[in-house]
Design a protein around this ligand. Structure first.
Ligand code: RIB
Ligand code: CA
Length: 307
């Protein structure tokens, strides 16, 4: 079997940067493009950062800008405190040489899903607005994609942006509900597993030593990310949320899943909470346990191959 055909929908973002470099170096992934979304930063900054990451990694793939705001009149405020004003902690912004493609995120997603029916894997690492837009744009999208392996949500782990909600789902609860209700082949890599894949300062030292250029860039970003984790009392390192989702695409056997129909609370105090639905909708494959040390080791081994 050849490499998987992958599109990453992303809001870079420090752990998104880790995930994109991981995908770039993975021989079992053919990266067909990035689509961008607000979340950790605005969509404009996410697009600029996505271009910068691909340039740094030497990957020639299209970057398509996505939606600027959530569905409905849901308010949006970027997660500055976790990722910094420019998305990469204290690293100064750089204007990329390359430019985004003319297609929107939803256009690129639906076109590639039609071009590679049953083959395309989509890995959303931010709010699900572009995926929901793709489902609206092309009613065949849900049937054309092979897998939607998303980082987001939580079954039994509670939230990280509110006591009830994980950040990616919280930033656009209505779009997330549309995706979970769509019948598309959705796999949820949520906090139940990503909280069990963590990296420490020493791990990032090791990454920078093995890969001075790109690993060094991640090490500098991680300083800001780790500082945030310490500020909220998490002293055992930071979660590899988005890299874990990439690894779920290529190494699903490292995750135990349970089939659970998922719905999203779309308003009120618990908005963004993901919970079991009882309306007969198609189940989501929810990752419930993970071989954390193996996932982390794979992450370290692969990043060590970067320049
Ligand atoms: O809750 C973690 C998720 O929110 C990650 O995707 C992180 O990058 C932020 O988008
Ligand atoms: Ca993200």
């Amino acid at each position: 079997m050849g490499p998987i055909k992958l599109v990453i929908d992303t809001d870079p973002g420090i752990d998104d940067a880790m995930a994109i470099f991981l995908a770039a170096v993975s021989a079992d992934i053919e990266l067909l493009g990035l689509t961008t979304i607000f979340g950790n930063v605005t969509t404009d900054i996410a697009t600029r950062n996505a271009l910068r990451l691909l340039e740094a990694a030497g990957v020639d793939a299209p970057v398509a800008p996505g939606a600027a705001m959530p569905w409905g009149d849901w308010p949006f405020e970027p997660s500055w405190e976790v990722h910094g004003r420019e998305g990469f902690g204290d690293i100064e912004p750089v204007t990329p040489v390359t430019v985004p493609v003319g297609e929107s995120a939803a256009e690129l997603l639906t076109r590639l899903a039609r071009e590679f029916p049953g083959e395309l894997v989509v890995c959303p690492l931010g709010p699900l607005t572009n995926i929901a837009d793709a489902l609206v744009r092309d009613p065949g999208f849900a049937g054309n994609v092979a897998r939607i392996v998303l980082m987001g949500g939580s079954l039994d782990e509670g939230g990280n942006i509110t006591p009830h909600a994980e950040a990616n789902i919280y930033h656009d609860p209505q779009a997330a509900e549309a995706v979970f209700a769509s019948g598309a082949p959705v796999e949820m890599v949520g906090l139940d597993v990503t909280h069990r894949v963590t990296c420490t300062e020493e791990d990032f030292d090791q990454i920078a030593e093995a890969s001075p250029e790109l690993g060094g860039m991640l090490k500098r970003m991680s300083e800001y990310y780790l500082k945030f984790y310490r500020s909220v009392g998490k002293l055992d390192g930071c979660s590899l949320h988005d890299p874990a989702a990439i690894i779920a695409c290529t190494h699903p056997h490292l995750f135990e899943t349970r089939d659970v129909p998922i719905r999203v609370v779309t308003s009120g105090e618990e908005a963004g909470r993901t919970e079991a639905a009882e309306d007969g909708r198609k189940p989501t494959k929810v990752c419930v346990t993970v071989q954390g040390p193996e996932v982390k080791q794979l992450f370290l081994d692969r990043l060590a191959q970067l320049p």
